[in-house]
Write a protein of this length. Structure first.
Length: 417
């Protein structure tokens, strides 16, 4: 037995037993012939306890069919039977019966009968709240209303399409808000009806739906870009095909989560990471420029220093110095401190460390360009430069380095013509 989800359309539906079992009341379904097709455990328990004398059908009989006449039935059972018949024959759309039995002070029981499509024909859904139920027990809830309640409380947009023409047959309140169209206007329409001005997008959505039905598998679309009246939106969609008892796909359930804000946050984070990477690259360039190693002659390097030398720059100086010595096979390194305004004990110590490290690679460091203020500071603070050689300026340092190689700078005389 199957149940139609899309109202009067004669499509084969889905198995109703899981939904019926989930109802918070006792419930049963009758088909068009009056046969009891399905009853949930709540109803079976009430009848087994003898707490529902108004029930007109014995569950012990198979098949359990409504009696042809009212004879032999108690008064309330006759009223319930007449109500079910009225629904099956289309004479009534809703029947409410108050049960008069029950313990003193208990809430009166109720039986609600509503029409329901069963196997393509008019059937009946019977919901029972027995007289022995407590005051706070929920009343009879029609199964379709119960389904809508579930959908409306799902924290994402949900809608259901029939799998033939892909028309909307169910949608929850959240999707109604996203769509901007009331349920009464949207149900029964295709994606082309809903988005007449966005034909290309409608065709793409329709192709996705048909592909899911063709595959017969759940499809998860992590990111789908949509452009509508509210602008660009990013959606996470899950499309689930629903089959009937024969395994034939009858419906397509689509769950949609708007991930636009999450997507924007991720893109903003990527931009920030790219910005930080650019800043790091610029910082590396600045550091290299702040501590350049310049080959001025074979075997001679010049390291001009400008500005304050802190611990980070001192470490960078040592690294660049050693790399330069190895790369250029330098014998002499001229450290030019002409542009260093302050040279205290800490700076001197870093320079001595660089000198000792350079000597391990076979290079000699020469300090050049010390100003009178720097010289007075060295004397006042008692700074010992140890074996670090010094020269008055860069020119003098280059002459000394060339002299170590047996070379000299000689002025060339211009020949007269």
């Amino acid at each position: 037995m199957t149940l139609d989800l899309d109202g009067p359309s004669p499509h084969v539906g889905v198995d109703p037993l899981p939904l019926l079992c989930a109802l918070p009341v006792a419930a049963a379904i009758f088909d068009a012939n009056g046969a009891l097709r399905c009853a949930n455990p709540r109803l079976e328990q009430i009848i087994a306890d003898g707490a529902l004398p108004a029930w007109p059908v014995s569950l012990a009989r198979s098949p359990a069919v409504l009696p042809a006449s009212l004879e032999g039935l108690a008064g309330e059972a006759q009223e319930v039977l007449a109500g079910i018949r009225a629904i099956l024959e289309g004479k009534r759309e809703q029947v409410e019966i108050v049960l008069r039995g029950g313990a003193p002070g208990a809430t009166p029981g109720e039986i609600s009968v509503t029409p329901l499509r069963v196997d393509g024909a008019r059937g009946a859904l019977v919901c029972v709240r027995s007289p022995t139920a407590p005051h706070d027990a929920p009343g009879a809830v029609p199964i379709e209303s119960f389904l809508d309640t579930i959908l409306d409380h799902v924290p994402v947009s949900v809608f259901i399409k029939e799998a033939t023409e892909f028309r909307l047959v169910r949608m929850n309140r959240r999707y109604e808000q996203v769509l901007g169209v009331p349920r009464s206007s949207a149900l029964g329409k295709t994606v082309f009806d809903l988005f007449p001005q966005r034909r290309e997008e409608a065709e793409r959505l329709d192709r996705m739906d048909r592909a899911v039905i063709e595959k017969g598998e759940v499809v998860d679309v992590p990111e789908a870009r949509m452009v509508g009246a509210a602008g660009e939106r990013w959606l996470h969609m899950v499309k689930v095909p629903l089959t009937d008892a024969r395994g034939v796909i009858q419906y397509l359930v689509v769950m949609v989560e708007d991930i636009t804000e999450k997507k924007r946050a991720e893109e903003a984070m990527q931009r920030e990471l790219a910005w930080f990477a650019t800043q790091r690259e610029l910082l590396d360039v600045i550091q290299e420029l702040s501590t350049p190693v310049i080959p001025v002659h074979e075997g001679i390097l010049v390291v001009p220093l400008v500005g304050t030398i802190d611990s980070a720059r001192g470490a960078r100086l040592l690294e660049m110095l050693l790399q330069g010595i190895q790369r250029h096979r330098a014998e002499t390194v001229l450290i030019d401190i002409t542009g260093v305004p302050v040279l205290d004990a800490d700076v001197a110590d870093r320079l001595l460390q660089a000198t000792r490290a350079a000597s391990l690679l076979g290079a000699t460091c020469v300090l050049v360009g010390a100003s009178p203020d720097v010289a007075r500071t060295f004397v006042a603070q008692g700074i010992d430069l140890g074996n670090l050689l010094t020269q008055r300026d860069l020119q003098a340092g280059i002459r000394r380095a060339l002299a170590r190689q047996g070379k000299a700078i000689v002025a060339r005389r211009r020949e007269r013509r």
